[in-house]
Design a binder for this molecule. Structure first.
Ligand code: THU
Length: 142
């Protein structure tokens, strides 16, 4: 089920709050991501946010989406499913999820997972993870 307008608005608010805590002294690119979990008895449609955490050894940087997913698994366990994710940045730049984040989101996605991100002109692009990651790599679980 696609997220409601109220849910999308809440996602953007939580992502923006998270982005204010960004640790990005190297790029100064402040990103926030908020994920809406699929409602079930435990997750109850919860929203969990994360921000980017950089490192002097650049490649150790953790993207906002990955921070949000790690927090969601920590809080709700390994069965989480992502109904929607909103990404924001406080620099006014386009901020679509990077390739690594697309693959990380896929791990907990549904066929309908919605993605919202800012385009270069500042408008919010609404799409799906399936559209952003065609022919995705998957490994069958035992
Ligand atoms: N970044 C994210 O947090 N998510 C993405 O999907 C793309 C990039 C962060 C990583 C780094 O701290 C900064 O943006 C510049 O690449």
């Amino acid at each position: 089920m696609p997220p409601t307008e109220a849910e999308v608005s809440a996602l953007h608010q939580r992502a923006t709050e998270a982005a204010r805590n960004s640790y990005s002294p190297y790029s100064r690119f402040r990103v926030g991501a908020a994920i809406l979990l699929l409602a079930d008895q435990r997750q109850d449609g919860a929203i969990v946010a994360g921000t980017n955490v950089e490192n002097a050894s650049y490649r150790l940087t953790c993207c906002a989406e990955q921070a949000a997913i790690a927090a969601a698994v920590t809080l709700y366990g390994p069965q989480i499913r992502i109904r929607a994710v909103a990404i924001v940045n406080l620099n006014g730049s386009a901020c679509m999820p990077c390739g690594a984040c697309r693959q990380t989101l896929l791990e907990f996605a549904t066929p309908e997972t919605a993605v919202f991100y800012p385009s270069a002109s500042g408008e919010t692009i609404s799409t799906t993870l399936a559209a952003l990651l065609p022919a995705a790599f998957r490994l069958d679980r035992e």
